[in-house]
Design a protein around this ligand. Structure first.
Ligand SMILES: Cc1cc2nc3c(=O)[nH]c(=O)nc-3n(C[C@H](O)[C@H](O)[C@H](O)COP(=O)(O)OP(=O)(O)OC[C@H]3O[C@@H](n4cnc5c(N)ncnc54)[C@H](O)[C@@H]3O)c2cc1C
Length: 305
């Protein structure tokens, strides 16, 4: 478990407290509040706060004075309509604040999603923990030969062991040097006491960082659409998948619509629609007939095939 007993005690204490409110609460999300859901070897995702539930989406869509719920079925239908027709602003009425612990190389991909509010742990001010992401053996793979941005055949045996040993040794050596550089030598002094903002520069990208990340539901769905996708890098995908589970408990109707129309759905280009129509008529059709590249055709066949 990635938490110290002190951190766990703080969470338990926080979870023991309740407050009365007139605000809408989502029972599924109340259950998750503050709990750290483990991801990778030292990471986690935990919900710190949230605003709104499924009814907040329909309430905003109707610009309602009251709770906005005429009937649960109506709400679900409206949410599905909004999702289908890219009427996105009602989804922005729900917000979520997460505490995420993640390797720096995952954070670099994550931070590209600009439509969120972020506050990261400061390695200028604080000392980073000796925690490095070391992949499980089954997640080590050779470079893909068909996709420059992906993995191919899984590494096994001696090659896998060599990679793991290199990752562990490099991480340990970098952290030992980091410690030596920041060490002030204790009461007698005599250490280097290099500024933390400088000492951190030799640390590898598999070290863990942490941040608070707040985002609205529309932009969260955009993030999940890209990062929970099968083509996303495994190490960020597992975070996105964990967040998907939380969102499913928070706004079940909106999440189901997202699953049906975005995550599990597909967008077809005009040539793809033309090819599909020909196929449905029983006609032979090739990539060249509709002006698609080999790669585009392969992606199209993944959708329809
Ligand atoms: C599989 C994959 C591979 C990738 N490979 C690379 C790569 O090789 N190199 C690389 O640099 N990135 C790469 N990215 C990152 C990608 O290009 C996006 O930066 C990232 O996915 C964030 O998407 P976004 O900008 O839509 O999200 P957000 O930043 O959350 O923005 C959401 C939407 O808001 C709008 N928006 C936000 N800010 C602006 C702005 N300043 N100007 C105009 N519109 C704005 C846009 O419509 C945007 O789609 C990759 C992403 C994926 C999923």
């Amino acid at each position: 478990m990635p938490l110290t007993p002190e951190q766990q005690a703080e969470i338990t204490d926080q979870r023991a407290q309740t407050a009365q409110t007139r605000r809408v609460v989502a029972p599924g999300m109340e259950e998750h509040l503050y709990t750290a859901h483990p991801v990778l070897d030292h990471g986690f995702v935990r919900v710190i706060d949230y605003m709104g539930d499924d009814s907040a989406i329909t309430q905003a869509a109707r610009v309602s004075y009251g709770k906005g719920t005429k009937a649960v079925q109506n709400d679900e239908g409206l949410i599905r309509y909004l999702m289908r027709h890219w009427h996105s602003t009602p989804f922005e009425m729900c917000e979520i604040k997460l505490h995420v612990k993640l390797p720096v190389f995952v954070a670099r991909q994550w931070i590209r999603h600009r439509t969120a509010n972020v506050n990261e742990y400061s390695a200028r001010y604080s000392i980073l923990d000796r925690e490095f992401y070391i992949p499980a053996e089954e997640h080590l793979a050779r470079q893909s030969v068909i996709n420059n941005q992906g993995r191919g055949e899984t590494l096994v045996g001696e090659d896998a062991q060599r990679v793991l040993e290199m990752l562990k040794a490099d991480s340990a050596r970098a952290y030992d040097n980091y410690q030596t550089m920041i060490d002030d030598g204790g009461e007698d002094g005599g250490g280097i006491a290099l500024a933390r903002e400088l000492a951190r520069m030799n640390l590898p990208a598999n070290i863990y960082t942490q941040w608070y990340w707040k985002v609205d539901l529309h932009n969260l769905f955009h993030f999940l659409r890209l990062r929970a996708d099968a083509h996303a890098q495994y190490e960020i995908r597992v975070y996105a998948e964990e967040i998907c589970r939380l969102v499913a408990d928070w706004v079940p109707h909106a999440y189901k619509a997202f699953e049906d129309y975005r995550l599990g759905g597909a967008q077809l280009s005009q040539p793809a629609v033309e090819a599909l129509r020909k196929m449905l008529k029983g006609e032979e059709v090739t990539a060249a007939d509709v002006g698609m590249s080999v790669r585009e055709w392969r992606e199209f066949m993944e959708v329809v095939g």
